[in-house]
Design a protein around this ligand. Structure first.
Ligand SMILES: [Zn+2]
Length: 85
């Protein structure tokens, strides 16, 4: 799949989403995360272009790019709610 467009909007509680039409949406709050955490959000959506669901294959692919991705997820779970204006 090809990324056709990138949009920044208010996705509520979701950090990002990836549509079947090749449009990747980012929650505007996600860009306030540290760059190393945003990298995870970006990679997460890119991997969804290969594997739609959160399957074992999905997490295996994420780990190939970000071996310590669980630390990134933990940061989001602990600090994500503070990413607001
Ligand atoms: Zn996902």
């Amino acid at each position: 799949m090809t990324v056709r467009d990138i949009r920044i909007s208010d996705l509520g509680h979701r950090w990002a989403s990836c549509g079947r039409n090749g449009v990747v949406n980012f929650n505007w709050r996600s860009v306030m995360a540290p760059v190393w955490v945003f990298d995870y959000i970006l990679v997460h959506e890119m991997v969804h272009m290969i594997e739609r669901g959160h399957t074992d294959r999905f997490w295996h692919l994420v780990a190939r790019v970000i071996p310590d991705y669980e630390e990134h997820v933990r940061w989001l779970n602990e600090n994500g709610a503070d990413l607001d204006l």
